[in-house]
Structures are given as structure tokens and as C-alpha cells.
Design a binder for this molecule. Structure first.
Ligand code: AKB
Length: 339
């Protein structure tokens, strides 16, 4: 088997010391990228973590000052190859994507970024021997998928362009591993809740926006109907998943693209009650968005992540209550509100 991070075949013992030295994060200024780049920079002390961005979404502040940055447009293969050569990149985090709701309004652009961008990255990874992480999502499932305890290996017939590109991403990433030995690995992310960079255009974004509204003392207009359950995860656990899967012992991996990872599942009423425990005056009403609701209705209620737990010891740290405490504390400090 090809072992990543090197130009040769190595034993696992040697491999473990060579992983993730020089990393390119494509989409470094997005919701995941902005936190993943900083986390990797703190963890990797003997290499570079390059913040890849597109014009108009330049890194700022600590993200800009703490390491190298480069324009990295997934649709420009030559530009990507130059960065990989210049920084001797061994691992690429490919986070360029349009999220589910916005991808429905721009399906061709979503295809271009998610599929043409991906094949550029996989080809570079094949030539230059890089490992690649391209996240999949709960959006890779569809209305025919079992809703509860959604298995790792099951029906994936999504009805959205986002979902179509996520299933194709999983398949193409596995193809490059099987056919060429490119070390592709990934997880299927749930809705991600975070407090550094806002998501944009996703179906699960409401679960982030609700905390901002609660802390600012606003009445939250929820776009998703009561009773709609979706998997969600706090960003620190998502970062752990993204890093741990790339550091996992490859000899234990039965699956690769992509693992179900889960930590909590709730509907709008449950998250509202979790917030009201700490902000009793918080108010929410429903102004449902038919596009997002239809997408949410086609996604699982709760995934079974036992394969991730068995194959690379995945275990989340946060539940709804501990996440709520941390979100409220962080946002209260940010907005100068008393907790
Ligand atoms: C979205 O809502 O589109 C994303 C996702 C679950 O992949 N957050």
C-alpha cells in the first residue's frame, strides 16, 4: 500500500513520524478552514500550514500573520501544483464547497467547485504523493436512506446537487485510493456549530444563528420546522475528527471515504430549550424556508458512527449542554454581554 507523506513505501512505524508536515488547507477562511488552519498550526511545529484562499476571501488577523497564505483556487490546477511544489505539501484539506441550500440555487457552480475542483486535487495528489481529505456530509444521504441510526454503508440517493457532489466525492476519492494508492480519507460531517466564522448557505446554519440571536437578545426566526431532527456537532469535535482520521493507522481502516461521525441530534425545540436553560428570556418563532426544509426532510435524523469508533477510535467530547455553555460563554464575551 502507498503510504503518504513520503515518496516511498514505508512501514507504519516510520509513517507515523512523517505524517502531516506540510499541509495545504484549501478554503482556509471558511467556517471549518479558519479554525482547522489555526489548530493545525498549533499542532505542527516542524512544517508549514498554508492557508489557501480565493480573492475576495483573504485571510486576516491571526490567520494571515501566523503562517504562509496563497491563492488556491480549486479550478486552477497549475496554481495548486505550484503551491504543492513550493511548500512540499504532503497533505491537502480540500474544504472548497458550496453548502446545500446555496448549491441548489447555483448547481453548475457547485458542480464546478466540488467535482472539477476535486479531480484537479486528486490528480495533483496522485502525481505528487499527497494525502487528501475532502469532507462528505449528512447531505450525501437522501429520502430512501434509513433515517435512524443511519448505517455506514447504506443507500445514498440524495436529491440535491450538494448531495450528488458529496456521493461522487466519496466514490472518486475511493477510486483514487484503490486505483492509484492516493491516501484519501474523510468523514461525513453533520451540521457544524461554531463561533469563529459563520457558515453560509447551509441547511443546518440555523443551529449556529440561534446562539448569536439568543446572546444578542433577539427573537430568533427559525427556518426549520419543529420535529425536524438532524445530526449536529460542535466545531472542536469536527476538527478532532478531521485531524484524527488523517493520523489514523491505515492498517485499521476498512472504510475511507467517508466515515459517519456523530455526536448529537436535535430539533429546533430541543436546542431552544437547551438555550433557555441559560437564557430564560430567549424567544424563537418559526418562519420556515421551504428549500431548507425540503433538504432537511431528506437527511438522516441520527447516524450510526460505530465504524469510525472501531476503526480509528472516534469519540466526540461535546454534547448539546456542554456545547451550549461554551457557545454562550464565548459569544457573551465577544458581544460584551454579562453571562
Ligand atoms: C449544510 O447544511 O449544507 C452543511 C452540511 C450538513 O453539510 N452544514
Amino acid at each position: 500500500m502507498y503510504i503518504r507523506g513520503t515518496k516511498s513505501r514505508l512501514t507504519y512505524k516510520k509513517y507515523i513520524s512523517s505524517i502531516m508536515k506540510n499541509v495545504l488547507v484549501i478554503g482556509s477562511t471558511g467556517q471549518i478552514g479558519s479554525e482547522l488552519t489555526m489548530t493545525l498550526r498549533k499542532q505542527i511545529t516542524n512544517g508549514n500550514v498554508v492557508a489557501g484562499y480565493i480573492p475576495g476571501a483573504e485571510p486576516k488577523g491571526e490567520l494571515l500573520e501566523s503562517g504562509p497564505a496563497a491563492i488556491a483556487n480549486v479550478c486552477d490546477a497549475k496554481q495548486l501544483a505550484e503551491i504543492v511544489d513550493k511548500y512540499e505539501i504532503d497533505t491537502i484539506y480540500n474544504l472548497a464547497a458550496l453548502l446545500s441550500a446555496v448549491a441548489e440555487s447555483k448547481p453548475l457552480l457547485a458542480w464546478d467547485i466540488q467535482m472539477n475542483g476535486l479531480i484537479n486535487i486528486l490528480e495533483i495528489a496522485r502525481e505528487k504523493k499527497c494525502a487528501v481529505f475532502t469532507p462528505s456530509s449528512i447531505g450525501s444521504f437522501g429520502p430512501n436512506t434509513p433515517r435512524d441510526n443511519t448505517p455506514q454503508d447504506t443507500i445514498q440517493r440524495p436529491k440535491t446537487m450538494y448531495g450528488v457532489t458529496k456521493v461522487a466525492t466519496e466514490l472518486l476519492s475511493d477510486y483514487y485510493f484503490t486505483k492509484y494508492g492516493v491516501d484519501t480519507r474523510a468523514v461525513r460531517f453533520p451540521g457544524l456549530i461554531s463561533n469563529v466564522t459563520l457558515p453560509g448557505g447551509g441547511t443546518t446554519d440555523y443551529a449556529v444563528e440561534i446562539y448569536y440571536a439568543a446572546v444578542k437578545g433577539e427573537d430568533f426566526a427559525c427556518p426549520i420546522q419543529a420535529g425536524t431532527f438532524m445530526d449536529m456537532m460542535y466545531m472542536p469535535d469536527a476538527l478532532k475528527a478531521a485531524i484524527d482520521i488523517m493520523n489514523a493507522d491505515p492498517s485499521r481502516l476498512i472504510h475511507r471515504n467517508a466515515f459517519n461521525v456523530a455526536s448529537m441530534s436535535f430539533d429546533p425545540e430541543i436546542i431552544k430549550a437547551a438555550i433557555q436553560k441559560y437564557i430564560p428570556d430567549f424567544k424563537m418563532h418559526y418562519e420556515f424556508d421551504p428549500v431548507r426544509q425540503a433538504i432537511a426532510d431528506s437527511w438522516p435524523n441520527k447516524m450510526d458512527d460505530s465504524c469510525a469508533r472501531n476503526e480509528w477510535d472516534w469519540k466526540p467530547s461535546y454534547d448539546l449542554d456542554s456545547m451550549t455553555v461554551d457557545m454562550i460563554e464565548t459569544l457573551c464575551k465577544r458581544f460584551g454581554k454579562a453571562e
